[in-house]
Design a protein around this ligand. Structure first.
Ligand code: ZN
Length: 221
């Protein structure tokens, strides 16, 4: 089983591409949130520990996160998956090291890291184009001009959409800045290892997919 790390800011389209690769190439795909949910669902002792942490409102520490990652890797391997895509981990250098240790125990390694490059302006425009209905709390994406629909598709209220504070362009730019500072060393590390593939993720998703699929199929040969 080959292991691929997907890198890129929120809004860069990693989830969309991972779903395409999973359905067309038969890869397993796992995001951080799904990793934890899957472990909780398995009912294991570890799952019960994670459940308690999540329910207390605390953040799951790196060590526990990667114990969950181990379980997911084992299950994907047993299911005979040809590849596994990791979306959202590792997100700092310490996690890069822990992931390597977890993989080594299973006789696996990171085969490639794919960096989804999107300019900050485009990310801010994408992420701040989320609108919340003030009446019923439904969330929608706006149109290409970055405007909300005039009436709510869920409750029918007119001119009821507004941006959440978190989705204001200034807040989004701040969030992206924090993300970048934390994860830039990760792509630098994979680059030094000769594992990094950068691709222009601002294009049409089907064009981006061709590049992603090329990296993966080359490793599967
Ligand atoms: Zn509504």
């Amino acid at each position: 089983m080959k292991v691929f790390v997907l890198l890129g800011a929120p809004g860069a389209g990693k989830g969309t591409q991972a779903a395409l690769v999973a359905s067309r190439l038969g890869a397993a795909h796992i995001s951080t949130g799904a990793l934890l949910r899957e472990e909780i669902k398995s009912g294991s002792a570890l799952g019960q520990k994670v459940k308690a942490i999540v329910e207390s409102g605390s953040l799951v520490d790196d060590q526990t996160l990667f114990e969950c990652c181990h379980g997911t890797l084992v299950r994907a391997k047993e299911a005979g998956k040809n590849s596994l895509l990791l979306d959202g981990v590792p997100r700092n250098l310490s996690q890069v090291r822990i992931l390597d240790e977890v993989l080594l125990k299973l006789n696996l390694k990171v085969d490639a890291a794919i960096d989804f490059e999107v300019s900050k302006d485009v990310l801010v425009a994408r992420l701040s184009n989320r609108w919340t209905c003030q009446k019923c709390s439904a969330v929608v994406s706006g149109n290409a001009e970055g405007l909300a629909p005039s009436s709510c598709a869920s409750c029918g209220a007119t001119h009821s959409y507004a941006r959440r504070k978190d989705d204001e362009p200034a807040a989004v730019a701040k969030r992206l800045g924090v993300y970048e500072a934390e994860t830039a060393p990760v792509s630098g590390d994979y680059q030094r290892q000769g594992l990094l593939h950068r691709l222009d993720a601002q294009r049409d998703p089907e064009m981006v997919y061709l590049d992603v699929a090329a990296v993966i199929t080359k490793k599967l040969k």
